[in-house]
Design a protein around this ligand. Sequence first.
Ligand SMILES: Cc1ncc(COP(=O)(O)O)c(C=O)c1O
Length: 442
Amino acid sequence: MNKLNLPGPKAKALIERDDRIVSRSYPRDYPFVMGHGKGTEVWDVDGNRFLDFAAGIAVVSTGHANSAVVKAIQDQAEHFIHISSDFYHEGWIRLSEKLGEIAPWDGPSRIFACNSGTEAVEASIKLARFHTKATQFVGFLGGFHGRTIGAVTFTASKAMYKNGFTPLMNGVVHVPFPNPYRPLLQRRPGMGHGETVVAYIEEEIIGRLIPPDDFAGILIEPIQGEGGYVVPPDDFFPALKTLCDKYGIVLIADEVQSGMGRTGKWWAIENFGIEPDMITSAKGLASGMPLGALISKADMMSWPRGSHGNTYGGNPIACAASLATIDQIENGYLENTRVTGAYAKEGLLDLQKKHKSIGDVRGFGFMLGIEFVKDRESKIPAIELRDDVVHFAFERGLLLLGCGKSVIRITPPLSTSKQEVDEALAILDESIRLAEEKHKIS
Ligand SMILES: Cc1ncc(COP(=O)(O)O)c(C=O)c1O
């Protein structure tokens, strides 16, 4: 396995220019400068080849430069690029119909289109308030929902996202996310971890802080993304849904990262057997064209004309890219994600047997997380070791992204093959070996 000499001269020169002019608020974990890509493979500006198991933060669902998506974009661009959300066009209507068809509930839907995940979340907050005429919400520790003031109020994965930006939105209380590997609450007698969290919301939050009539909604990622690819236990969502039904609370599933087939089902919430009232989508929705959507049960989207909108909502090129994306997910990539994702998880579980620093492997489809610990007894997060694994993998031609304190996410395009998974696992194996050697874990 050859170590690449990175960054190359062209990448270095571009990074220097970027550093002089581009906002320094972007994370930029390592110096990858994109040249071009095809499927799961990408090449940097110096011609070095990588496997992209980050997929632009779980965005490039059909792979880079997917031929059908490229053609849909080109065809649409030749007709018209923009018309504004004041008017109608067929692509937007077709996409909304399709999203309504795949929404995770029986019955009709309505769709609000926007340009990003944070805007979809923002729309869900406004709609839940409008629909219930109530103002208060519950969010979850470790959650990530975006960076606009409303969405970042719910975001609770790192204090840095709020530092210097307060005051935020009023009326959001955070509760522990049910994390089976690191539960924050002591399990109550006769209850699982998930039910314990729901009992905490009912007794401590509704009982002491938010009277039911003021309670608008609960915003939750079915599987936490940025917070560490945390999968809740099976007893959680059924209990949460019962609670929401009991008090008339709107349940919003933020599927920006976990949706669009990433877990091997259209929406991650489908892994837990309940129907939310609204879902937010973005990222994988249009294979990389900026597109977000709030998908709601039809009777809840009761706001009148003019009450919420935007200039670019339903952008024709983004809609065309999304229709081509959905078509391919439906006709092969969903199945590939189930089968090849399960294969990748088996491979990661084998790596766990071999490497003591891997404390936990979790997830579904191509939404997989590996949590690194100093030792499996104390479960102390091995933060520097995780960072080193990401860097060693980059130097050997594999793009990865961290999340949580010491987790690596495995989120390749949904089109990724078993051979590509094998190649990535071999690089990961070697990178973990090197990091364990450096941190003296054997
Ligand atoms: C679950 C979730 N919600 C919302 C967002 C915000 O999306 P965007 O960056 O498109 O605004 C993200 C982004 O990572 C996300 O993972």
